[in-house]
Design a protein around this ligand. Sequence first.
Ligand code: C2O
Ligand code: CU
Length: 461
Amino acid sequence: MRPTRRTFCAGLAAVPFLRPGAASAAPLVPLTARHATVQLAPEGYPATPVWSYDGTLPGPLLRAAQGSRLSRRLVNALEVPTSVHWHGIRIDNAMDGVSGLTQAAVPPGGSFDYAFDLPDAGTYWYHAHTNSMEQVARGLYGALIVDEADPLEVDRDEVLVLDDVLLDPETGRIAEGFDNPMMRSHAGRLGNLLCVNGRFELSLAARRQDRLRLRLVNAANARIFVLRLEGMSGWTVALDGMPLAQPIPASGDIVLAPAQRVDLIVDVTAEAGAPAALVHRAGDGSWRALVEVAVSAGGTSAARSAPPPLPPNPRMTVPGADSAEPREMRMQGGAMRGMESARHQGELLDFAALIARGQFWALAGQAGRGDDPFARYERGETARIRLVNDTAFAHAMHLHGMHFRTLLPDGTQGAMRDTVLMAPDEVTEIAFVADNPGKWLMHCHMLGHAASGMTSWIEVA
Ligand code: C2O
Ligand code: CU
């Protein structure tokens, strides 16, 4: 029988309509860079226009299991090109988000699909990596948490993203002048409003002896946070995502440079109603609350025992660091010291000529990312770099793609991190296994410094 139109249609409907490869081509969940307005300043002050991911500041909390794959489609709804860097993830180079090095910047109206594996558990973050000194300062950042299969037992797991914003209190607008030469040649752009998770006043509720995991992320352009626990006692269990072999009591100052993270396990020791807070050292030396903890009755008064270490991530050792030949990276320039000369865009320029081009700093005699990498490594080789801070300022040196260990004077290795803070005149040796092929940026995470000379790169074959 010749099928009527009706049976033909019915027959067709019975066959699931599948495009070839439909499963893999499923559209990714968007992450949209767009304008938004948020209440950053205290109530009563005007709201603040920001650049955001998905309309919030910080952007959405991205959370996934260790060993899984994360994917997002960056949709650029801004008027400027942008890209996303997944800070601290030992990522596939093509997904690293560095415009001009690992991808082209995504134009306004464009999109880019990010998809990558998550080999390590821990606290990471994501942020714009195109004109970062402006885009991060305007709000393009968020936290990325990778969960262990076996997390430590806690009552609450809190992600706290710290930032300081330079705000005009009259208008609520973020101050322009992201490229202010005074700031770029000194300590960087420091804000006048500290906020945590995009809020001026953030408070947590807890009972006495509650155990909290606090995951701190410093998303500020240049501020080094000096923190302490008040009414709480705790341990540091991870730095820059990577678990420590043993928890370390967090009884003194907790120093968090730009881009660094720390995971704390914290027990609330204050009595109900008594003050408890994460406090920070203000410019005048006083300690002020950054995050208040409202302690309610109902908990126990019995102190808890120290937490066990977090399960280690894979590939956390750096063998052969002692015998590896160090390459020296001198950090030069800036106000007060300056430098004689440096190469910039293929030319050797004196300090005055560098300043005229907005280059105040240099790494190993090179201002800004040159055509040639600072070093090339064979895949799997142990790399060793001797960082020498010849400047009068602190810097937070960050390596993309791989975590490193600092080499301590007593011959042991420090914690595994992706960003190390260096005081003026400090010398720090770092070592890492160059096991991630590609072109990896190495730069100061004080973003105004990175934009004015303190950006280098390495290549792993
Ligand atoms: Cu957090 Cu090159 O960046
Ligand atoms: Cu710097």
